[in-house]
Design a protein around this ligand. Structure first.
Ligand code: G1P
Length: 295
């Protein structure tokens, strides 16, 4: 069994261009889904799997992320005084977690962002969570991936089957099925054209990686879209050790895309007892209108 996974890297240095103008001066990762910023879902998912330290890779206009995970003394005192216990519990729940922030000086790729975390990760295996991939909080994806890491002592990538029309938005793998939902990866390619894709299995934003990836990241040049790609580094790492994929069959939302973001908002609202009943009534009304071509 390898070392325990205690650290997670959350890259948050991207420009968020798909959500402009909302993301002109505030981070995409702080866009709310129901009542929590996107990035908090990823933090809570990792916490539930025993992750203790978070390394957030930030960039320009990302200060709000640091403020969000900091304690808020005045707000907490005011909630205490007014007896708002539930809200106080909610905002102070993450206060004891360790966050480290590293500023990525230019948004030049996921591989570059991961490499920025090297001084904090040192020689431990770690998780990577891309916070705009929202995973249904009722599933155990990261948990299963950590179990597989413990079994294989190898990097583990989360995979999902995607429609041909979406393939060029993802890293795509070619793999050999080991057993139900587990693939040994033979090759990886970043954002191929559908015609060149080795399969319909895309990498989604959850990875368990080993520290030997850093050395490979140091040796690779720009790849797809002139960015330093994590997928290219993983292809390099394959020459040295096996990498496995875990095919996730649960719900995932690409909240970096407007429609995916809206779907996540609706589905997660329906799981939230404070709003679900009212929202259901509204959605039924809307569905009726849509059916009758009134919208
Ligand atoms: C990144 C990775 C890609 C992966 C995707 C998952 O792309 O480079 O391999 O499939 O995340 O969301 P991005 O979405 O940052 O363009």
């Amino acid at each position: 069994m390898g070392k325990e996974i205690k650290k997670a890297i959350l890259p948050a240095g991207g420009l968020g261009t798909r959500f402009l103008p909302a993301t002109k001066a505030s981070p995409k990762e702080m866009l709310p889904i129901v009542d929590k910023p996107m990035i908090q879902y990823a933090v809570e998912e990792a916490r539930a799997c025993g992750i203790e330290e978070f390394i957030i890779i930030t960039g320009k206009y990302k200060r709000a992320i640091e403020d969000h995970f900091d304690s808020a003394f005045e707000l907490e005192e005011s909630l205490k005084k007014t007896g708002k216990k539930r809200l106080l519990e909610e905002i102070s729940r993450l206060n004891h977690i360790n966050f480290a922030y590293i500023r990525q000086k230019a948004a030049i790729g996921l591989g570059h962002a991961i490499h920025c975390a090297k001084p904090f990760v040192k020689d431990e295996p770690f998780a990577v969570l891309l916070s705009d991939d929202i995973i249904d909080p009722d599933t155990l994806l990261l948990h299963e991936m950590i179990n597989l890491y413990n079994e294989f002592n190898s990097p583990i990538l989360a995979l999902q089957q995607v429609p041909v029309s979406d393939i060029n938005r993802y890293g795509v793998i070619e793999g050999k099925k080991e057993r139900e939902s587990v693939y040994r990866i033979k090759s990886l390619v970043e954002k191929p054209k559908a015609a060149d894709a080795p399969s319909d299995m895309a990498i989604i934003g959850r990875y368990i990686l080993t520290p030997d990836i850093f050395e490979i990241l140091e040796g690779i040049g720009p790849g797809k879209n002139a960015e330093i790609q994590l997928t290219d580094a993983l292809q390099g790492l394959l020459k040295k050790r096996p990498i496995y994929g875990y095919l996730f069959k649960g719900k995932r939302y690409d909240a970096g895309d407007k429609v995916g973001y809206l779907k996540a908002t609706i589905d997660l609202s329906l799981k939230n007892p404070q709003v679900s009943e009212q929202l259901k009534i509204y959605l039924i009304e809307l569905a009726e209108k849509i059916k009758n071509n009134e919208l």
